[in-house]
Design a protein around this ligand. Sequence first.
Ligand code: CA
Length: 226
Amino acid sequence: MKILVVEDEPVLRDGLVELLSGAGHSVEAVSDGLSATRWGLETSFDLVLLDLMLPKLDGLEVCQRLRKARPALPILMLTARGSEEDKVRGLRTGADDYVTKPFGAKELLARVEALGRRAKAAPAGPDVAETDDCHFDFGRCEARRGKQITALTPREVGLLRWLHRHRARTVSRAELLEQVWGARADMETRTVDMTVANLRQKIERDPANPRIVVSVKGVGYAWGKR
Ligand code: CA
């Protein structure tokens, strides 16, 4: 994969470049938010590894700008230890996943590769769905209602695609975490709820009464109102 590393701490940045290059990836590294935005928009990367606290322009702003121009670009955010609020904000601005510092080399590589694999796995046949007058083009990371088109993140597309594919049943949070996030089932299931809440704001007519991503009490989520 071609990876952009955005990290202002030189030791960590060099470590990340070495780790990812060693795993066979082609890596570019920058140390501030403005360069990150410029590089991210000018060059076509397969994945961006983005630190949250950056000089010139913070990681959230960079994430928003990249996401707007490149809806399908996988973004993995690096957050400080224990900062729950950072994780929530990161996922809200469109990061696909986060890794908390300090992290192990193995964990980071696993996350990078899982995210890249999911982004590349293009399904056979038309990758579309429709419900409640909302049309989804998963391949283009788009939802359309009437004339209004909304960009979706790869994570949101992954979640919708999984629910749609298994629409005959209810899907548990643990299953979504495992299948869409590539995480172990004991990772926080609240991550799923946060993504769903954000997604509903984008695609549901009335996010308080969802008809597309429906909650099934005590079980998880299901595709479409029964
Ligand atoms: Ca930093």
